[in-house]
Write a new protein. Structure first.
Length: 354
């Protein structure tokens, strides 16, 4: 069972687990349904508001349990409407969530860890290392908080914020069970993407679950020499092993993989590298998402011109590989993963930043 400050973390619990908890307090089954509804449908933040629960039970819940607190610390809004939130968790750690508006609805990018230990050289989230994993309630809480703060309904969720979701597998699984619960957010896994830097054994573990989500794989290079240079995870799971796992994933789930490829000037963005990438992925039913790298002061990496990106894309498309350049949202608001948190930490002189 998850705990927050030594108390039971209610928002992380599935209905049958709530039943068990309340049975232990001598309560009938229907109380669990009432509690689940207060937490996930009505989304109250205090036990006082749970008006159909007996007073004594409310007091006991307040003494022993916690509803994961998520507090808005900062907000940045871009001209295109993209909003980036800096949230404080119960222990004061901060994470980011980004709300984007597409023609198909509102999409929220959520964090899965405080910081990250994967060490990708171009990424701001990993600079201070990993502080801790997020609880399922804190992943779900980001969605609930944004819906509450903006009055907007979230139509799709991308797990592409701070952290490596497959490095926090159990909480992510719990989050996935909660997010599509019909009495909760009721969000289909088809409206959810999960992005990984390529933890091969975890990709296999995820495949076994046959979730209908979209798996995004951060490839970012077409040969091991380049990938070693920018993604330390490649030393452990080189490209051949990663792509073999992706093929197994597709065979098992039938879900097309989306590869992410951040274009970094002079590192991985030449026409020759586009041709190599085509040779590498050409036999797969997949999609390539090209992302002009977001410059992060500490990394020294920069992006090439728009034309360079288009040439790269056209080579892939001409070879029959589906590839698009990601529409850029909110570029003027530190939209790259972890930049708001990092800049905020630098300002405050905090030693914990990522
Ligand atoms: N840990 C997961 C998800 C978090 S990052 C992963 O690695 O996939 C989401 C995506 O943004 C990843 O593809 C990541 O490599 C990419 N990314 C991180 N920093 C970036 C930057 N500065 N510019 C462009 N893409 C970046």
């Amino acid at each position: 069972m998850n705990t927050i400050n030594g108390k039971t973390d209610l928002l992380s619990m599935l209905p049958d687990e709530l039943e068990g908890l309340l049975a232990g307090m001598g309560q009938p089954r229907f109380r669990a349904q009432q509690l689940f509804s207060w937490l996930h449908e009505k989304r109250v933040d205090s036990f006082d508001k749970m008006s159909n629960l007996p007073g004594a039970l409310r007091e006991r819940l307040a003494a022993e349990c916690e509803i994961a607190p998520i507090i808005e610390r900062r907000r940045q809004q871009a001209r295109d409407g993209t909003i980036k939130f800096l949230f404080a968790l119960g222990d004061g750690n901060t994470i980011e969530s980004v709300l984007m508006h597409h023609d198909y609805g509102n999409s929220l990018c959520i964090s899965s860890q405080v910081g990250c230990r994967m060490g990708c050289r171009f990424c701001a989230s990993t600079i201070g290392g990993k502080v801790r994993d997020l609880l399922a309630s804190e992943m779900l809480g980001q969605i609930y908080a944004v819906e509450r703060l903006t009055g907007k309904r979230i139509d799709s969720v991308v797990m592409m914020g701070i952290g490596e979701p497959l490095d926090n597998f159990e909480q992510v699984e719990r989050f996935l069970a909660l997010v599509h619960h019909p009495k909760g957010l009721n969000l289909s896994h088809r409206h959810l993407s999960l992005s990984t830097c390529g933890l091969v054994p975890m990709i296999d573990r995820l495949a076994e679950k046959k979730y209908q989500l979209t798996l995004s794989v951060s490839l970012h290079a077409c040969d091991n020499e380049t990938r070693d240079r920018i993604m330390p995870v490649n030393h452990r799971y080189p490209i051949e092993e990663l792509l073999a796992a992706c093929k197994r994933y597709f065979a098992r789930t039938g879900r097309r993989i989306s590869y992410e490829y951040s274009l970094i000037a002079g590192v991985n963005d030449s026409p020759d590298q586009a041709r190599k990438l085509l040779a590498l992925l050409g036999d797969q039913n997949c999609h390539v998402n090209l992302i002009p790298v977001n410059p992060v002061a500490e990394t020294g990496f920069t992006r090439g011109s728009r034309r360079d990106a288009e040439v790269f894309r056209d080579i892939l498309n001409a070879g029959g590989l589906s590839a698009t350049i990601r529409r850029e949202l909110g570029t003027e608001i530190d939209a790259a993963c972890g930049q708001l948190r990092r800049n905020e930490a630098k300002k405050e002189g905090s030693p914990v930043c990522g």
